[in-house]
Design a protein around this ligand. Sequence first.
Ligand code: MN
Length: 374
Amino acid sequence: MTRLTIESVETAIVDLPLRRPHQFSVLTIDHQSFVLVRLRTKEGIEGIGEAVVPGGPWWGGEAVESIKTLIDTYIAPALIGEDPTRVEWIAHKMNRIVAGNPFAKASLETAMYDAWGKAAGQPIYELVGGLYRDSIPVTWALGADDPKPIVEEAEVKLDDGLHSSFKLKMGVLDPDEDVSRIGEIAKALTPRASVRVDLNGAWDELIATRLLPRLEEAGIDLVEQPVPAWNVDGLSRIAAALRIPVMADESLRTPNDALTLAQRRAGDIFAVKIPKSGGFSVARKIAAVAEAAGIPCHGGTTIESSIGTAANLHLVCATPGVTAGSELFGPLLMTEDLAAEPLTYNDGHLHVPHAPGLGVQLDEHKLGRLRRPE
Ligand code: MN
């Protein structure tokens, strides 16, 4: 049995430049920021975690600045003296101190699991079910740009054999124009490649019902969160009307959401992510509900660096129901990150590290250069 005692929790905001601007429906980012969490124990073990949101507070209301304040002021003091292996107990304690804010809580839970794994000499996947698979296919995200640069970027990935599946962001343009844009891209890339779209809830049900069949005809093979998070019945009607699968993302953050979505068949695939759900423990419960309902899961991303990506990777490699691949491409989009050794991508797959904990070592030199001055 591993027993540890938390001695300190420190945070730092880190800004990582991206290889190219990445466009979402509401903003374009040229760097990704995250809160690095360093949890140290009296036994001399350090666990690390990463709190990351997709570019800003638009997705879930949290931002790196609010996360840092919340952890430093309210959560960290309550963790001192606790045993980081008591994951469910600490999750309960954090929920009593701070409502919501899953992205903040997830970073702490990741640091707890990293410390636990290091102390036990086990990779995190051993602590959350054991190794079920040692790699996962990775879809590449192409943003919401014009067709020409998007097709060029996809062609390079296809030629290099890096990725054969692509996800396009929609929702920036007028819906009809956006569908024409996607149609052009799909014409150039399918059926050689799989092309999917993510609306991030940008359309109402009427627009979605009118336009999604056109995307289906154009060769798009999956649509993610076409309508807002709250519109579960709309998602259900859309999923019933389309032949291609509909993936639930923003509508799915808790096990209760998973149960509701499963009961109403609002989503053929569930996007599972550690950050939006507050950690491994809740994400595993969501996957369990999905498995009970016969709904496959997909390893989603919030555009994490190697630290957060490794956390998601341990989860999906220990979870049998994640049969719909992943989009754990975060580190590939960044020009550099804080890992001493990059994660292993090859043949369109991301391979799980087998070293204890997350299996990601912090590069202190890079941290010194990339951390935001306070
Ligand atoms: Mn999404």
